[in-house]
Design a protein around this ligand. Structure first.
Ligand code: ZN
Length: 287
């Protein structure tokens, strides 16, 4: 994924050619969503949907949510005309429009496209720096998953370390797993019987991502378990694993501030919109 991009919407560089260029068609789309009624002017979302388009200026990710950390579903290509349904604030990214701006800034404005996917505003031309589509309705909160299916007996997990000290629990600040204290090269054990679904650098897995560093994903009978920030793994993809088997060693690879083991649980069909990138609370599954 191109998560190093360049733009500077928030830089306030008014004299910049690139920014001026974006302002050519300011206003028309916005004006067209105002409808006169007896009560005055109201915003008509229906008209807005029809009126607001953006043209892709740089090949950009087609995401399932307003974040590069959501699932990617292909690309939008240069010249694509996108119907923008609504706008929202998501992950701040850098994009196309900062190529003209030294030390470009970041922008968090995203649009939901009529195909149901999301595009970062920084890579499309809408004619203005402001949002041209109405606010997206608040995200539908999926029911808390940890409370839903009772863990099947075969999913009873052991802790992946022999000595368990919790640094950070699940859910705090959107944290999608449990962080366990672990010095470099602490042995890491499989939480249950299963098969290695992925091992290696997280950026090579659409589920584990770059921030996981060197990581392992094991498929069990009814869930997956993930182990992140490892120094190394000692197992291979497709290998059958027994509960308690040594699978690797903890470390500080990926996005970390220090060595620890990040342990996480996913259902077999994760809901990647659950606010935790599909992860669920491991606590009910641990013995
Ligand atoms: Zn973590």
């Amino acid at each position: 994924m191109e998560n190093v991009r360049t733009t500077a919407r928030s830089s306030g560089v008014g004299g910049n050619g690139g920014l001026r260029n974006r302002c050519r068609t300011v206003g028309l789309a916005v004006a067209s969503v105002l409808t006169a009624t007896a009560a005055g002017f109201v915003v008509s979302p229906g008209l807005a949907n029809a009126a607001v388009t953006g043209t892709v200026k740089a090949k950009t990710q087609r995401m399932t949510a307003a974040s590069l950390k959501s699932q990617q579903d292909g690309w939008y290509n240069v010249g694509d005309k996108l119907n923008l349904v609504c706008s929202t604030h998501g992950q701040a990214v850098k994009g196309y429009f900062s190529f003209n701006i030294p030390n470009g800034g970041w922008d968090s404005l995203w649009y939901k496209v009529s195909d149901g996917r999301y595009v970062a505003d920084v890579d499309i031309e809408t004619g203005t720096l402001s949002a041209v589509a109405p606010d997206c309705p608040p995200a539908q909160q999926s029911p808390p998953q940890a409370a839903s299916p009772a863990p099947p007996s075969q999913a009873t997990l052991r802790w992946p370390l022999d000595s368990v000290r919790i640094n950070q629990g699940f859910g705090v600040g959107g944290h999608p797993g449990i962080d366990l204290k672990a010095d470099l090269n602490t042995p890491v054990f499989a939480a249950a019987d299963g098969t290695v679904d992925f091992e290696g650098f997280g950026q090579n897995s659409s589920w584990m991502l770059q921030e996981a560093g060197i990581c392992i994903l094991i498929k069990h009978a009814s869930i997956y378990t993930g182990y992140a920030h490892l120094t190394r793994t000692i197992i291979n993809k497709g290998q059958k694993i027994s509960k308690g088997q040594l699978i690797g060693y903890s470390g500080n690879t990926g996005y970390v501030t220090g060595p620890h083991l990040h342990f996480e649980v996913l259902p077999l069909s994760p809901n990647f919109h659950n606010g935790f990138n599909g992860r669920i609370d491991p606590a009910p599954y641990l013995r």
